[in-house]
Design a protein around this ligand. Structure first.
Ligand SMILES: Cc1cc2nc3c(=O)[nH]c(=O)nc-3n(C[C@H](O)[C@H](O)[C@H](O)COP(=O)(O)O)c2cc1C
Length: 164
């Protein structure tokens, strides 16, 4: 079993949750790699970030060709940005041609919670359209990603799915 965790994080919440998940998976002696998606040029201003997410801009990202075929399970993660997920993950997903029968999970971290349902629906729709089998999906407040007990509880079923 080999797990890939593909994520984008601007201010660290999503990344913190991904690193926690990776640690938990590795503790079960399962291989897990994290790919941090990095736009070549990253907007730093909130309104420009919102504009880019809302209008589905596609930034160039580093390592866009990270190959998933060697992985049995792929986790996709992003913050909610302007009622959708971040552009870097959108660009990466475009480069993924086929997820047929690939076991997938996704989670989003959010602030106010506005648009989190829509963002998740969209992400799940893209994974399903590529043939992915979504076994876990979750929205979690970004502020709670510092709480290890919370993360443990939220990821419990995902870790069980991966490790059994
Ligand atoms: C540009 C931008 C847009 C955001 N839009 C939303 C939103 O529509 N809904 C929401 O609940 N939170 C929104 N947030 C809050 C983030 O989703 C939240 O803080 C998240 O945990 C940040 O993750 P990160 O630290 O991994 O970047 C937004 C944050 C930024 C920077």
């Amino acid at each position: 079993m080999k797990v890939a965790i593909i994520s984008y994080s601007f201010s660290g919440n999503t990344k913190r949750a991904c690193l926690f998940l990776m640690k938990k998976i590795k503790e079960k002696s399962i291989n897990a790699d994290v790919l941090d998606l990095k736009p070549a040029k990253e907007e730093k201003a909130f309104l420009l970030q919102c504009r880019d997410a809302f209008y589905k801009h596609k930034p160039e990202i580093q390592d866009p060709a990270f190959e998933l075929s060697a992985y049995d399970f792929v986790v996709f993660a992003s913050p909610v940005w302007a009622f959708t997920f971040a552009p870097a993950l959108r660009v990466y997903l475009e480069s993924v041609k086929d997820l047929t029968d690939k076991k997938c999970a996704c989670f989003l971290t959010y602030g106010s919670g506005m648009g989190k349902g829509k963002a998740m629906e969209e992400l799940e729709g893209i994974l399903k359209a590529k043939g992915g089998r979504i076994l876990f999906s979750k929205n979690m407040p970004g502020a709670k990603t510092k709480d290890k007990e919370y993360l443990e509880e939220q990821f419990k079923s995902l870790i069980d799915i991966i490790c059994t």
